[in-house]
Design a protein around this ligand. Structure first.
Ligand code: ATP
Ligand code: MG
Length: 390
């Protein structure tokens, strides 16, 4: 038998010479393009604060705000690469670490990760928090061969998650360590409401806002990537404008725009077409929405899934769903471990925020009060198959 891997590799090579894609990597979320159009201002603002480090001065702390897919992670990584390039040239002793707070749940874990990245081994558990913090601070006491102490910039990406789970300890420790500057990245303008005033005052950050992209800006971003990813001439003229318009509606999310373009290409490829068309983009939109709903539903806590199941049953019975009726149905399903009526309201709010249901308060007429009417906002069959196959 010939080698299966070799056969597959040959197949892929043959396909790629005739296929839609030239190179899929630039359509991946993690790909960092060598220019970030429409983010020059924000990058320059980051640089304006970080430039101090080149004169061995610890830069101000910075916070980047913006909705999902507005280029915050990309801009911070871009600024990091540029700073490291010049710092190496000038032999300045600086490191910039990018920490995704989704990967670490506590202050201990974040500090341990930073220490490990800086070459100071710290176990992922077992030490006291004080011991880890001391190990971290010791790093800044050492000098390099030029007699310089390390200047460290820590990018805390998706910090909201850490603040929800572990409070603001991490910010306090980092901002109270000499030679350390932090760049926080948050989706919420009010993220500082989650931190105590003493931490806020030592953070004393400069804020940079990343507004959502408009359709024209998204078109520019996609055109750059399309040139690198698709064979020449395979995209029909309406493909990029359509992806951009759809993503502009989704709050200017560049990640979504790239996903649409990539899936449209994949669908065209699967259908053996030699062009990507607007129709492929529309199909891509359905596929992405479909997958998103499946992911949201299958990762919901059990009791919330039961609430959804109750909504599904009532929807199929063509019932108008009031909270009271929903609670009765939910109790039927959950039996003994049903949560209280009060909790159901929280669940309803959360499901509404996720866009799976909508609610509408109606008045029943004088003296009869107001009722919340709940409606399913996702496809019934999709919900049913997802709920009963997880
Ligand atoms: N101006 C731009 N030029 C080129 N590509 C961009 C630009 N802005 C964003 N992108 C691309 O869009 C995708 C999403 O951007 P990024 O990850 O930086 O968003 P984000 O603001 O960090 O979102 P989130 O809040 O969800 O983490 C990435 O693949 C990124 O490379
Ligand atoms: Mg990000």
């Amino acid at each position: 038998m010939s080698n299966v891997f070799e056969d597959l590799e040959n197949d892929i090579e043959n396909l790629s010479s005739t296929s839609i894609f030239k190179d899929k990597e630039p359509l991946d979320h993690r790909y960092l393009p060598d220019k970030l159009v429409h983010r020059e201002d924000q990058i320059r603002q980051i640089a304006k604060y970080w430039v101090d480090v080149l004169s061995d001065v610890t830069p101000s702390n910075v916070t980047l705000y913006g909705k999902t897919g507005t280029g915050k992670t990309a801009a911070s990584k871009f600024a990091r690469e540029q700073l490291i390039e010049i710092a190496n040239k000038k032999k300045v002793f600086v490191k910039v670490l990018h920490i995704r707070c989704t990967d670490f749940t506590t202050e201990y874990q974040v500090i341990a990760e930073i220490c490990n990245k800086l070459g100071r081994d710290v176990p992922s558990r077992g030490w006291t928090k004080g011991e880890v913090v001391n190990a971290f601070r010791d790093i800044f006491k050492r000098r390099n061969t030029y007699g310089k102490k390390l200047q460290l910039i820590v990018i805390l990406d998706e910090i909201d998650i850490l603040l929800d789970k572990d409070g603001d300890g991490i910010l306090y420790t980092l901002t109270r360590t000499d030679n350390v500057s932090v760049l926080c990245i948050s989706n919420y303008l009010d993220f500082k409401n989650l931190i105590k005033s003493r931490v806020k005052s030592s953070l004393n950050d400069k804020e940079i806002v990343f507004p959502p992209y408009g359709a024209d800006q998204l078109s520019d971003i996609l055109s750059e990537r399309a040139q690198l990813s698709f064979q020449d001439g395979v995209l029909e003229d309406d493909v990029i404008p359509l992806c951009s318009a759809m993503a502009a509606k989704e709050e200017g999310d560049a990640r979504y725009a790239l996903d649409l373009l990539k899936s449209a290409g994949e669908i065209a490829f699967d259908e053996d077409c030699d062009k990507v068309t607007g129709e492929h983009v529309r199909k891509a939109k359905d596929t992405i929405e479909h997958n998103k709903v499946i992911e949201i539903i299958s990762t919901l806590p059990l009791q919330q899934q039961r609430v959804l199941e109750a909504i599904l049953i009532l929807t199929k019975q063509d019932e108008e769903i009031s909270s009271g009726k929903l609670y009765d149905e939910y109790k039927e399903i959950s039996k003994k471990d049903a949560v209280t009526y009060r909790r159901i309201f929280d669940f309803i709010n959360e499901l509404e925020l996720l866009g799976i249901i909508s609610t509408n308060t109606i008045s029943r007429g004088r003296g009869k009060g107001r009722t919340n009417i709940i409606k399913l906002q996702c496809d019934e069959t999709l919900l049913e198959t997802t709920l009963y196959t997880i």
